[in-house]
Design a protein around this ligand. Structure first.
Ligand code: XMP
Length: 509
């Protein structure tokens, strides 16, 4: 299958590039930055290379390693952000340390409408995230795009388009025509054939699961969310009866979750065990306020429970529905930094008594949803809002208690049910409340009240790597606010979180 290689220089959105290419049917693979030219040459299916963004400076001593022979290969190379700077520097251009960075949305003026900018308009909404800049292009190259930044080369290419670079990130959804630029590169410049599909992915993953586990038994942590449901359905197809699903009721789940799960999976031929562990979880979290500590405690407790259940089921494997964005934000890819320890990745103890298999480890959420459709899972599972592994604990700032869990559980239910009937529901990635351990003054009847505020968080996103707060009509927000303050006696104020990701994350911890 025609393939584009992406060399990972450590950008948070590196993997997203492969995601975008796979979306339009071109198979793409993310590899370490030091993948050699000889390794590329040994693979005739490779049609082009993308150099990703990264957090370092090309002049830094501990910059990611690479093979300089890559730049002499007779195939198209496209540099993004750090990759754009590295490509310029290696081919004889100049990269200068920037004094102030450019972060967030910008407007690009396209100076040459060919190559990666073929068939695009002159003004492009793009998204930048960098400090260093390319100030001079290599000999024989042309500047093909600029922003309001005076000295910066925002985009360049060689005459034959075999080498090009952009300072911005075409892979993030904030770059309006980023997909078209990547298509221009992969389909037109590299001439890669788009033969990759979700059906192929399903077939390959089932085979991989079968080959990995053979005749051994496995347990899977089923949370009721899309990821673990897809992982369970997929592995059940691969190893059938050898699989036992374990649902842990932590006391930190959504309203009605256990009942939902019993209904959704109880009669689907999947061996399902429900463990009531609320007591254990609240006990372990007593007095803990640090977000990372909470995540690690929850992760470890989950695993201990799975180990217990695995022993009973005589299983050797633990399967988790970890997806790529969980791993990248936990700092588990080669150059990425730890934003937060996603519970199903960051909390695994070193002495895990089980072998770990994560069939969805390279996929993004919308790819998982597509897989769910290919697997013919019911709509009620595939269309559910995302819910984080550590549950309501990361929506309670400060100590986690039963009472606080009840507040955010009720809040989440009210928020979701108010939004569900509106036309905005389909665009919403997540909607929930966050408890703050502070109080403010209000009025209740004719009396003074002194209660907690609740943060209303409603975000839209395509793949969890970036997100925008939902710009909903005030009437909807007002209905939600009224219900929250009327129905939850501990709340007297509702504030709407109007921050995008980045700079915030969706959850508060
Ligand atoms: P953030 O808050 O990082 O969240 O912007 C991105 C998406 O990931 C979910 N999330 C998690 N999911 N385990 C999970 O399975 C975790 O530890 C975890 N932390 C965040 C979050 O709900 C959002 O959908």
């Amino acid at each position: 299958m025609d393939t584009i290689l992406i060399l990972d220089f450590g950008g948070q959105s590196c993997h997203l590039i492969s995601r975008r290419l796979r979306d339009f049917g071109v198979y793409a693979e993310v590899l370490p930055s030091d993948y050699s030219a000889a390794q590329v040459m040994a693979r005739p299916e490779v049609k082009g290379i993308i150099l990703s963004g990264g957090a370092r400076s090309v002049y830094e001593k501990n910059a990611p390693e690479f093979d300089p022979a890559i730049f002499a290969l007779k195939m198209p190379i496209f540099g993004i952000c750090y990759g754009h700077q590295l490509l310029a520097k290696e081919l004889g251009g100049t990269v200068t340390p920037g004094e102030v960075g450019e972060y967030g949305p910008q407007v690009l003026t396209v100076l040459k409408k060919s190559g990666i900018f073929s068939k695009l308009g002159v003004k492009q909404k793009i998204w930048m995230n960098h400090k260093d800049i390319v100030t001079k292009v290599p000999k024989g190259f042309t500047v093909i795009g600029k922003t309001s930044h005076k000295t910066q080369v925002a985009a360049y290419s060689s005459k034959d388009n075999m080498r090009s670079g952009v300072q911005f990130h075409p892979e993030v959804s904030h770059t309006e025509h980023g997909d078209d630029m990547l298509k221009n590169f992969a389909l037109t410049i590299c001439k890669a054939k788009p033969t990759y599909s979700s059906a192929n992915l399903l077939k390959d993953t089932i085979k991989e699961a079968r080959d990995t586990m053979g005749a051994e038994r496995a347990v899977i942590g089923l949370s009721g969310g899309v990821d673990s449901s897809v992982a369970a359905a997929l592995v059940a197809r691969a190893i059938g009866e050898q699989l036992t699903a374990v649902y842990v009721d932590t006391g930190l789940m959504r309203e009605g979750e256990t009942t939902y799960l019993r209904k959704a999976f109880g009669d689907k031929g999947l061996k399902l065990i429900i463990v009531d562990a609320a007591e254990e979880f609240f006990g372990a979290l007593k007095g803990v306020t640090d977000p990372e500590e909470k995540r690690k405690i929850i992760g470890t407790l989950f695993v201990r429970i799975f180990e217990r259940e695995a022993k009973k089921a005589d299983a050797q494997w633990l399967i988790q529905g970890t997806i790529y964005s969980d791993r990248i934000e936990s700092g588990l890819t080669k150059h990425s930094s730890n934003i937060k320890s996603h519970h199903n990745v960051g909390g695994l103890p070193k002495d895990l008594g089980l072998k770990l298999y994560e069939p969805l480890r390279d996929l993004y959420k919308d790819e998982v949803r597509t897989l769910a459709k290919t697997l013919k899972l019911p709509k009620e599972i595939t269309d559910r809002q995302v819910f984080p592994g550590p549950g309501l604990a990361i929506r309670i700032i400060g100590e986690v208690t039963r009472e606080r869990a009840e507040i955010v559980r009720k809040a989440g239910h009210i928020i979701e049910s108010e939004l569900m009937g509106t036309k905005h529901w389909k665009d919403i990635w997540m909607s929930f409340g966050v408890f703050l351990p502070v109080q403010s003054v209000g009025i209740s009847g004719d009396e003074r009240s002194y209660k907690h505020p609740l943060v209303l968080r409603i975000v839209e996103s395509r793949d969890a790597m970036s997100a925008n707060f939902a710009k909903l009509p005030y009437e909807i927000l007002e209905n939600i606010s009224t219900r929250l303050t009327n129905e939850i006696k501990e709340i007297n104020r509702v504030v709407y979180d109007i921050t995008n990701k980045p700079p915030a994350t969706m959850e508060w911890e």
